[in-house]
Design a protein around this ligand. Structure first.
Ligand code: UDX
Length: 446
């Protein structure tokens, strides 16, 4: 089978690479000539574990190719995936111009039956617009070619996307014809051999499933963060509470880690978009509004702890930051809590020294020369007044605490991801602060 994937961003590349891995002939299309030239040279624009190897391997086998020419790519292809960006526009709703431009391109260039599958996260109801846009172009050409639209939302986690694609918990597909269902069934067959189901449904429900899934996950995070904040006040320990509630199989252990708020390209955008969709139908999603509000405050919690510790005297203090990406195993900083932490520290007059295993280049786009960057995590600590952990990279988990202690001016650690043990920190002589446990007693710097 031959397929086309339009949009060679994160989702498009992972999708293209994984389909080619199982022997499907994939052409990836993008309007960015530079990106396509680089991909043809084996230069991958994003960091995702395993992706580069998979792309180069399948290019060599001749199953994966990259082009800017959608008309050429469409020849002999039965299925086209739209995986272009849907950036939020001013009012927070997804901008569909790229998605609809692809639909129009299909209408302009297709000569045979085509199944157009939307993979980009799009507002409920978008597939109807895709269908209309494509049909309009066919009408302009005055020809009658059969086509179907479908919705196939992705549930890939950055840093684990290849594994998520190859071994999905489930595949959700919204279709309106048997032909489309059969095509999607055969396309995904290699990924369902281990028993993971393809769940077929109508298109609107598939579109809604994606938003509901991400909103549910974001809700879990804001819920646990809210409870964590209360734990601190009443003297409970969120780690114990998390284990206690997670053992109830109806609740489960996953996605209940308190921290400094969710970030990334999906949760913030999707929660906002669903609230917007609801309001367009005069419905208020009250729970999700609260989820958003809690998350906004949570991103500031570490800054507030640092400010309290230094009794408001942040000006001129040097703060070392470990981790800038929104989560480990990615260089992605979109909506990362580090953006808020750095902004507030700089506004308060602090000097910021930062280290991240792979997000430094990305960080330079955001912060320019307003902060100092280091290639070694310990170098950030020289002359620093405290250390703050913003991302739980594995290499931060067992640092040499003796060196940390020796280098820091003040032995204070602010752990935004609860990766250290409170007792161990005490033994090592640190003033230690984390999320959801009141460690501040006898901790305040006098
Ligand atoms: C998410 C969804 O998991 C994925 O299914 C969807 O398709 C895209 O959005 P991703 O954005 O890659 O994936 O990140 P994820 O691993 O889900 O984490 C999102 C954010 O939640 C991160 O900022 C992370 O630090 C935070 N998080 C996650 C917590 O604060 N606590 C948790 O227990 C879990």
């Amino acid at each position: 089978m031959k397929i086309v994937i339009v949009g060679s961003g994160y989702v498009g590349l992972v999708t293209g690479a994984c389909f080619s891995e199982v022997g499907i002939d994939v052409t990836c299309v993008d309007i960015d000539r530079n990106k396509i030239d680089n991909l043809n040279k084996g230069i991958i624009p994003i960091y995702e574990p395993g992706l580069e190897d998979m792309i180069t391997r399948n290019m060599k086998k001749g199953r994966l190719s990259f082009t800017t020419n959608i008309a050429e790519a469409l020849k002999d292809s039965e299925v086209l995936f739209i995986s272009v960006g849907t950036p939020p526009d001013e009012d927070g709703s997804a901008d569909l111009k790229y998605v609809l431009a692809v639909a129009r391109d299909c209408g302009k260039h297709m000569n045979d039956y085509l199944l157009v599958v939307t993979k980009s996260t799009v507002p409920v109801g978008t597939s109807i617009k895709v269908k209309q846009a494509l049909q309009e172009e066919l009408d302009k050409r005055n020809i009658d070619i059969e086509f179907d639209v479908a919705s196939n939302p992705e549930f890939l986690k950055e840093g684990a996307a290849i594994d998520d694609f190859l071994k999905p918990d489930r595949i959700v597909v919204g279709i309106e014809s048997e032909r489309a269902e059969d095509l999607m069934k055969s396309l995904y067959k290699p990924f369902t051999l281990n028993g993971h189901p393809v769940i077929f449904m109508d298109i609107i429900s598939a579109e809604m499933t994606k938003y509901a899934a991400n909103s549910m996950l974001a809700t879990k995070i804001s819920f646990i963060n809210d409870i964590a904040n209360l734990c601190e006040i009443v003297g409970a320990d969120i780690n114990k509470v998390r284990k206690g509630i997670g053992s109830d199989s109806r609740i489960g252990h996953k996605f209940l880690y308190a921290g400094i708020g969710y970030g990334g390209s999906c949760f913030p955008k999707d929660v906002q978009a669903l609230i917007k969709t609801a309001s367009e139908f005069n419905y208020e999603l009250r729970v999700l509004k609260a989820v958003e509000a809690v998350n906004k405050d949570q991103k500031l919690i570490l800054f507030n702890k640092i400010t309290n510790y230094f009794k408001g005297a942040i000006k001129g203090k040097t703060i070392a930051l470990w981790g800038l990406s929104f989560k480990p195993q990615t260089d992605d900083m979109r909506e990362a809590p580090s953006l808020d932490v750095v902004k507030n520290l700089l506004e308060a007059g602090a000097i910021v020294k930062a280290y991240d295993p792979i997000a430094i280049n990305e960080a330079k786009h955001h912060f320019g020369d307003t902060i100092l960057y280091y290639e070694d995590q310990y170098e950030t600590l020289i002359d620093a007044d405290c250390l703050a952990i913003l991302t739980e990279w594995p290499e931060f988990k067992i640092p040499n605490f003796k060196i940390v202690r020796k280098l820091l001016n003040t032995p204070a650690i602010f752990d935004g991801r609860n990766i250290y043990d409170r007792e161990e920190m005490k033994e090592n002589g640190f003033d230690y602060f984390c999320i959801g446990i009141d460690t501040s007693k006898n901790n305040v710097k006098s």
